[in-house]
Design a protein around this ligand. Structure first.
Ligand code: SF4
Ligand code: SF4
Length: 415
């Protein structure tokens, strides 16, 4: 595989063996992997449970113990028994890959990003992605990933796509005092650029014009007055949020009628009344926050909240990981708007978290936790791939709606 076949995102990570990815998450195993797992020879003292695989919804996954740990996770030593007793290469591909996220760019390169549901990725500590090249070279070809189709490129040339993405990623990577303003500028630019038309954007002279677009968008944030969201718009955004944070893991496991009814109840409360995120994920405080508090109460954000979100946006943009087959088949500009909707949703969840604790300042930790939650499902959740979810997302993610949502959450410039 040639050197040029990889597009590596900026980001660092070292596994700290925290075990988070070996708990509760579903790791799918194909037939070949099932054979390998079924042929592993264990002794009684290895204490591997009898049931190591589980069938859910017609697919096979690694089984979990009562505690939520994977059947092969050693809870005393905090490591994987397959890795410790045999070798890492015998683990399922899903385990070997995590937290790398491998997809393909418009020019058939493998693009490699990192998943923000891993705490070490969010901390951005450790070895840069470039130092994982050797293992990525082995792992990437084992995956069945496809490039976005031509129909998803908005008639843009590959060069135009690269130029636009370079511009956005550079804005998010630049260190300066702009916090939410950059995200708002990204929303405005992602909404305005397609209005120029593909012929204009593909013209070489656009290379000089496009940079001023983002600068203008940042300036516009300072002067633009944005209308307050109506009750319907708020409920619609909450409906999208509830879909974004609903884990496939929980949904697949809790398919009984009573579980479904209780989930519908929780989601309805979330959309129409008082949300309790603890019911979705026990790591969030067990407290209700009303929709009106979420959209109307003013809170402040620690300056350190923004670089985490900017890094996330830069990585997804740099690696083209926001449109194409993995992202509900979204086209380029739609994907760019959807990515910003994920950022807005992250800010909303972090604000919810602060309010549930009775605080008026959103911390970096709250942004990190919310981002981990959103990125766990972004591009992967089966629910988000359904037609109603795509329609709902489309209604929430255009320039006006994204800005109103951001405005409602930050309460920064209400008219
Ligand atoms: S979540 Fe990340 S740091 Fe924790 S064990 Fe998994 S890869 Fe390692
Ligand atoms: S097989 Fe090993 S690495 Fe994979 S989830 Fe189980 S314990 Fe973790």
């Amino acid at each position: 595989m040639g050197k040029e076949s990889f597009l590596l995102g900026d980001g660092c990570y070292n596994c700290s063996d925290c075990g988070k990815c070996c708990h509760n998450w579903l790791v799918e195993v194909d037939e070949n992997e099932q054979t390998i797992i079924n042929n592993l020879k264990w002794n009684t003292e290895d204490q591997v449970p009898d049931k190591v695989l589980q069938e859910l919804g017609g697919r096979t996954y690694l089984a979990h113990k009562e505690s939520g740990a994977c059947a092969f996770f050693d809870e005393d030593k905090g490591h994987c028994k397959i890795h410790a007793k045999f070798k890492g290469s015998l683990k399922p591909l899903g385990c070997k890959l995590y937290p790398f996220q491998i997809q393909k760019t418009v020019s058939e390169q493998y693009s490699v990003g990192l998943r923000y549901d891993c705490p070490e990725v969010v901390s951005n500590q450790g070895k840069p992605l470039t130092e994982y090249k050797k293992e990525l070279t082995k792992l990437a070809p084992q995956l069945n990933v496809h490039s976005p189709k031509d129909s998803q490129k908005n008639e843009l040339s590959n060069d135009s796509i690269s130029d636009i993405l370079h511009l956005f990623a550079t804005m998010y990577k630049q260190e300066n005092d702009l916090g939410f303003e950059k995200i708002a500028a990204g929303i405005i630019a992602a909404g305005r650029l397609p209005l120029l038309g593909d012929t204009f954007i593909n013209d070489l002279s656009m290379r000089e014009i496009i940079p001023s677009y983002l600068e203008r968008a940042v300036d516009d944030i300072k002067t633009t007055k944005i209308r307050r969201m109506g009750a319907f718009e708020e409920a619609r955004f909450m409906a999208f949020l509830s879909m974004l944070i609903r884990n496939d893991e929980v949904a697949i496991k809790g398919k009984s009628v009573s579980n479904r009814v209780s989930r519908v109840g929780i989601i309805s409360k979330f959309i129409f009344g008082r949300a309790n995120l603890h019911h979705f994920d026990p790591q969030f405080p067990d407290a209700n926050v009303g929709r009106s508090e979420l959209f109307k109460t003013d809170v402040t954000y620690m300056d350190s909240c923004w670089p985490v979100l900017h890094r996330f946006l830069a990585m997804r943009i740099q690696t083209h990981q926001f449109f194409g087959p993995h992202y509900q088949g979204l086209r380029f500009f739609e994907g760019l708007q959807y990515l910003h909707l994920i950022a807005v949703s992250t800010i909303a969840l972090a604000k919810w978290h602060a309010l549930a604790l009775g605080r008026i300042t959103v911390t970096e930790e709250q942004i990190k936790k919310s981002l981990a939650w959103c990125d766990h499902n972004y591009g992967k959740s089966q629910l988000l791939k359904t037609k109603p979810a795509v329609i709902l997302a489309r209604q929430c993610m255009d320039i006006d709606n994204n800005m109103r949502q951001l405005n409602g959450i930050l309460a920064f410039r209400l008219t």
